[in-house]
Design a protein around this ligand. Structure first.
Ligand SMILES: [Zn+2]
Length: 335
């Protein structure tokens, strides 16, 4: 019931991240004693070293200590394993912005008042216990970026507004993905953003007309997966964090919207924001997630069905919501 992370959580997070980056320690010891790992800053070159990054847990402070005996910078050490300084404490990773920062970061944990101030998305993230995933080391770039898909954004009139270009760049150990967007001037693509319209507006209009449910995903790849499963789906350009109330306006009056959250922190934050902009303007909002993997594409790829999506704890509020019957739109089933 408590959103506070359990004792030792920070030690788990830090050692998991280190093991992924530099491998397990040759001489593991009790968490309360220093265990030496290879330092991800000065010993991660694949050569033999006597490990010089000490890690130990302090249960009294609920803190994990990380120290390179060769004096590498602490923050740089953490950065190399995908962590931040606050990950050294057994507490929620996000501080409530409404709370004063008067306590500083040293050894302070959430007080009762702060716990009460947690938002649903903070609770959801805490409950999900996401692993700290490091970006895989892809090595050096081995070739130019190539365009692997283009997602065209059109107005409900079918007029082209802009596009998102999905790129991949070959590296020694795989591909790096990236996106860029451009606006259609009528004659050519002008690099840069475009009007905040959801993808597949004509599908959204169809859902509004027929009362079908609309799935809101985090990216175009998931929308395509949803479409293949026979669903009406949409997303905003440029992924998590880029949904605005302007996008939400286009869904007003929908019978039911299912927000599919990617299973990571930005994904939960994104889904919460999408849901917040829709509640009260559509019949029902659910916040669901893949049963396996990270997103809807993974869910379907693993052979799961739409009905097997799982509600996101703390974000999904399935009880009947205020339903403001859309007055301006008449549902017609024969179109
Ligand atoms: Zn070091």
């Amino acid at each position: 019931m408590q959103p506070q992370q359990p004792q030792g959580h920070s030690y788990q997070v830090v050692t998991d991240a280190l093991i992924r980056r530099v491998g397990p320690p040759p001489h593991p010891r009790d968490p309360m004693q220093w265990t030496n790992y290879l330092c991800p800053v000065h010993e991660a070159d694949g050569q033999h070293h006597n490990p010089s990054l000490g890690v130990r847990y302090d249960p009294r402070e609920g803190k994990t200590w990380v120290r390179c005996w060769a004096h590498c910078n602490d923050e740089e050490v953490l950065e190399r394993i995908g962590l931040r300084v606050r990950d050294l404490w057994d507490r929620l990773p996000e501080r409530d912005p409404n709370q004063q920062r008067s306590n500083g970061i040293h050894g302070q944990r959430y007080g009762v008042a702060e716990r009460r101030a947690l938002t649903p998305v903070e609770r959801a993230i805490a409950a999900a216990r996401f692993p700290i995933l490091n970006k895989p080391d892809l090595g050096a770039q081995t070739g130019p970026a190539e365009n692997v898909d283009t997602y065209v954004y059109r107005w409900h009139t079918d007029q082209i507004e802009g596009a998102v270009f999905r790129m991949r760049t070959p590296h020694e150990h795989g591909y790096a993905k990236s996106f860029w967007q451009a606006r259609w001037t009528g004659t050519e693509w002008a690099k840069g953003g475009f009007a905040p319209i959801p993808w597949k507006l004509t599908d959204i209009r169809e859902a509004l007309d027929t009362g079908r449910e609309i799935f809101v995903c985090e990216g175009e790849k998931d929308v395509q997966a949803a479409n293949r499963a026979g669903l009406i789906a949409t997303c905003n350009a440029m992924g998590a964090g880029s949904w605005t109330p302007e996008h939400a306006k286009w869904l007003r009056g929908a019978a039911r919207v299912i927000v599919v959250a990617d299973r990571d922190r930005p994904g939960y934050q994104h889904a919460a924001k999408v849901a917040d902009t829709l509640i009260g303007t559509v019949g029902e909002v659910r916040v669901m997630q893949a049963r396996v993997g990270k997103d809807l594409a993974d869910h379907f790829a693993a052979g799961h069905r739409t009905e097997e999506l799982e509600p996101v704890k703390h974000l999904d509020r399935p009880h009947p919501q205020r339903f403001r019957e859309p007055t301006t739109r008449v549902r017609t089933r024969n179109r």
